[in-house]
Design a protein around this ligand. Sequence first.
Ligand SMILES: C[S@@+](CC[C@H](N)C(=O)[O-])C[C@H]1O[C@@H](n2cnc3c(N)ncnc32)[C@H](O)[C@@H]1O
Length: 300
Amino acid sequence: MNSKDIETIELDLLIEAIRRRYGYDFREYNKETMARRISHNLSYAGLNNISELIPRILKSKASFERLFYDISITVTEMFRDPRFYVYLRQKVIPVLKTYPFIKVWHAGCASGQEVYSLAIVLQEEGCYDKTQIYATDINDAALAKARAGIYQIENIKKYITNYQQAGGRESFADYFHANYNSAIMNASLKRNVTFANHNLVTDGVFGEMHLIFCRNVLIYFNKPLQEQVFDLFYESLCRKGFLCLGSKESLSLSFLKGKFCEYDPELKIYQKSGDAGSEGLTHRNMDLKSNVLSESNIEV
Ligand SMILES: C[S@@+](CC[C@H](N)C(=O)[O-])C[C@H]1O[C@@H](n2cnc3c(N)ncnc32)[C@H](O)[C@@H]1O
């Protein structure tokens, strides 16, 4: 048995220890990413291998919480992938606006930048008042930051650029006020947002959502778990509801592929099918056929 095989056993034992001691199930997470994040945690804790980490995790909640933060990877930003927001504004929100109310689920919202980004777009498009947003994550520390809506001022320059590239209509400075090294988002942006802990591995559906964001979360899951979560989203969406994934995520190999229309395959925006006839078509293809939209219509 080589050292790689031993590391595999150690990793499985750690995951089992976490599951039995704290109830979190990481068995179906991508093993390579887990190993990388755990190795980062070992350096931080000054430990040589996973076997040394296991007793610490079992005995110290603080050690577990630090490891949990490393494993859950909460990297995010405002208006991440600006082109995605341009398309959302131009092609998805006009559809949502026709409804009497709009229900949105941000699954894996991390520290909330994505939630405030969507709230800004909805406000600028005049439909925030009739929207209810459920913003969830497995990580309570990240959720606390999301609820507070306080971000480091040094990130604001990047956020302003993203906002402008995402088709922002106002000045981004109108949406926060600076306080020393912090940017505090306007409280009005979260008045229709409910932040809550929800674990995509073990928790249940949200009812009749018109729009689900789950961006840059499924890349950390293996294929069977991705399928389980796609099923959860399918059940949580209303007919013709939209599902938005991250740039490296896709429904294309899923057994549920036929139950969604690829609204924009490149930007990973899918729409739950309303009837059998629309299955397998892409919205962009349909539009191109009718000369309504070409790639050049999308401003970036
Ligand atoms: C890289 S962040 C993505 C944040 C944001 N959606 C974005 O695209 O910028 C991934 C988030 O998924 C969350 N996450 C990981 N496993 C989860 C699970 N089982 N249930 C809910 N959220 C989870 C992490 O805590 C983390 O905040």
